[in-house]
Write a protein that binds this ligand. Structure first.
Ligand SMILES: [Fe+2]
Length: 308
């Protein structure tokens, strides 16, 4: 399961202390031991019982202008520090079923009951409350192709919660958790790996009952833009999409380019021929995704051709 890192440190650190220490060039959040070495800093920040409320009040007085600029998450998150492409620090609020927010918003905004891995590593500490629960699993990323419905050797480890002061390290592409509601409103603080490469790395939702990949959770904006490019009037951007389909370093982007080229064809069979190139690929992800897309198009042929 995610690594629990024992930290008995009782000293209290300011956010500025932690940021100054993490800005040391030697800190590398992509390296497990380097990230683990930041555990005493995060514990020290959690020992500081005032800083988060002070930041929240300051943000409210400033109409949350910094959050508007720097926070790409929902209101569940307060962005505490984002200054480099290497890492950022955030606070997360975890409502319990008794909280009004939970009753009005349901579970999905908080990712409860959505078993998933992460395409980044992060360090977390329980800051307030009893902490969210998780059922923890592990898997070998290198053993899966990444296709929805693919069987995965998910190993259940334990059910535990992120109690106040408990520090854990979640390993990218290895630790899976089915996150469950906290018994009372709780807050955690994270030091997150940040990198421009993250949108190109897959994050999966799992079906833990059947030990399968349920779906790929993340999509890069490149994939969305390919749909526009493939359908651009007069086909002027088609060469760009072809280039992506043939040579982009990310498998998901190469498949997305093929899918959009196929979708831009007026004729279903012409689209299937484009996808056939992918199905014949030596790359297992592109071949598998192309075959799935071909099946889908055959199934909906009538609707695509305007007959259904
Ligand atoms: Fe998670």
């Amino acid at each position: 399961m995610a690594r629990v890192i024992a930290c008995a440190d009782q000293r209290s650190l300011s956010l500025g202390d932690v940021v100054a220490a993490l800005n040391d060039e030697a800190f590398d959040p992509t390296d497990e031991e380097s990230l683990a070495s930041a555990a005493p800093l995060l514990k020290g920040l959690a020992n500081n019982r005032d800083f988060l409320a002070e930041i929240a009040i300051a943000e409210l007085k400033d109409r949350c202008s910094r959050q508007s600029l720097e926070n790409r998450y929902s209101s569940q998150v307060i962005m505490l520090h984002r200054a480099s492409e290497k890492y950022f620090i955030r606070a997360n609020f975890w409502p319990s079923p008794r909280d009004t927010l939970f009753k009005t918003s349901g579970t999905s905004p908080f990712f409860y009951h959505v078993p998933h891995d992460h395409n980044f590593s992060f360090l977390t500490v329980g800051y307030l409350g009893p902490g969210y629960w998780s059922e923890y699993y592990e898997y070998e990323y290198g053993d899966v192709v990444g296709l929805p419905g693919e069987t995965v050797d998910l190993k259940f480890v334990e059910k535990a919660r992120l109690e106040q002061g408990k520090v854990m390290l979640y390993r990218a592409h290895r630790d899976v958790h089915n996150q469950l509601p906290a018994d009372d409103l709780s807050v955690s603080i994270n030091i997150m790996e940040a990198s421009p490469r993250l949108p190109f790395l897959a994050q999966y939702e799992f079906d833990v009952k059947n030990c399968e990949i349920a779906r790929i959770l993340n999509r890069s904006s490149t994939e969305a833009l390919l749909a526009l490019a493939a359908n651009h009037g007069a086909g002027n951007a088609r060469d760009l999409v072809e280039n992506f389909a043939n040579g982009h370093p990310c498998d998901h982007v190469r498949f997305a380019a093929l899918r959009e080229l196929a979708g831009a064809e007026d004729d279903v069979d012409a689209g299937l021929a484009v996808l056939g190139r992918g199905a014949a690929s030596g790359n297992a992800l592109i071949a598998g995704m192309s075959r799935m897309e071909m099946t889908k198009r055959e199934l909906h042929r009538g609707w695509i051709e305007g007959r259904a």
